[in-house]
Write a protein of this length. Structure first.
Length: 132
């Protein structure tokens, strides 16, 4: 009986284990956007907002282009988390459980190496501007 209990407990994700959703985590941990169970104090909600040529993002301003968004941690070369395609006309991108070590965001048109980067403010908001 003891062996069966140990096997059952081994299958439950603990902090640091892989996950897809919160209910796969135990002990009050949450599933971060890196798909790892972490303490809620180790994640934050952030919003990246952008303009195009200093004007609000729109279908016309974006010309049907999609974006690549990337969040950067302490080491920008090896510590990043990206998403694409991000619809340009939306003008914002929200992440609810981003690991707290990510302090800046980069945004660019897919296929374009340029773009803009910004730090998150104390409220978890970063403002970016893309030039066409």
């Amino acid at each position: 009986m003891r062996i069966a209990l140990l096997v059952l407990l081994a299958g439950c994700p603990q902090q640091g284990d892989s996950c897809e959703v919160d209910n796969q985590c135990n002990d009050g941990t949450v599933c971060s956007r890196e798909h790892i169970c972490v303490d809620p104090s180790e994640v934050k909600a952030v919003t990246a907002r952008w303009t195009i040529n200093n004007a609000p993002a729109s279908d016309a301003a974006c010309m049907g282009l999609d974006l690549h968004i990337e969040f950067f941690g302490r080491d920008q070369e090896s510590d990043s988390l990206g998403f694409e395609p991000v619809p340009c006309p939306a003008g914002s991108f929200f992440v609810d459980k981003l690991p707290a070590r990510y302090d800046r965001v980069g945004l660019r048109f897919i296929g374009d190496p340029g773009g803009d980067t910004a730090l998150f403010d104390q409220d978890g908001v970063a403002q970016l501007n893309l030039a066409l």
